[in-house]
Design a protein around this ligand. Sequence first.
Ligand code: ZN
Length: 347
Amino acid sequence: MQNSPIHPTVDFSLDGVQHGFLRLPHSRDDSAWGAIMIPITVVRHGPGPTALLTGGNHGDEYEGPVALVKLARNLKMDQVRGCVIIIPFLNYPAFVAARRTSPIDSGNLNRLFPGNPEGTVTEKIADYVQRHLLPMADYVLDLHSGGKTLDFLPFAAIHLLDDKVQQAACEAAMRAFGAPYSMKILELDSVGMLDTAAEHMGKVFVSTELGGGGTATRDSIAIADAGIRRFLIHAGVCRGRKTVPPQTTLLDMPDGACYTLCEHDGLLEMVRNLGDIVQQGELIARVYDISRTGVPEKRYHAGRDGILAARHFPGLIKSGDTLAVIASMADNPQQPQESDSLKPLAP
Ligand code: ZN
């Protein structure tokens, strides 16, 4: 296959702290021989495992980028045994544009793996991760959140894998991350994901959904900061005392009933909050016609018992949007307290 056009300005084999770029040639109207400069930090210190930490896979998700720029600024060589590769803004054109997808080619990086060295800009980034970065890594942490259109309970996540030894290693790393919630996730659409690429290579892979709405909060960033530190210590790539991870609530997304898809365009009224415990058939949202008044609202009900783990964020919703995700709380030794809002709501 064709060599990647991406050229790193860092040397992954050298000990020390290097701040540089993945340089991706991109000839365009405002820069004839220009390049896209994707920031990268490599901290290497002798032999040991390699951890790859990525944010900005989607350009409108901010906990990963904030936590990773801080880590890149602060991580010292003597804190590392092995190598930490930090890329806070992986789909850099999307990140700069504050968009989920690239403004150059509309590429959704997390749907384009394994990528293509002769393809679009976003396909070239995916190909570089696939053929150059993932093979170097033992542990991979890809930090996501809901972006502008979704909001999530803060969770770290793994997928159900055929290789149960690998799945157990991923689960141990997810628990070490120690987010308030930990999810075994069923993807509606796993083709082309960085997750799938890393898992197929046998890597210990953890992703997250730490919030959403196109911003990040003090609390969601704190979860990312602490989780990254514990993940690196768990991987054995950073010095630090392994402590008992904070308590996490285990969630499952075992089937398609977890997803409530909207079938109408309109104005959204959520009647349950993230974290609320709901029963199957219970009202979770109303959608109002915005073309006229006096029309009955459309009602959306929980497809299963569980906890409201994600919701559509903007006030307007369209047919085909994911309105809510209800995760199962089975197998949890300690269930969270029900919130006040569990009381029946007025119709
Ligand atoms: Zn994402």
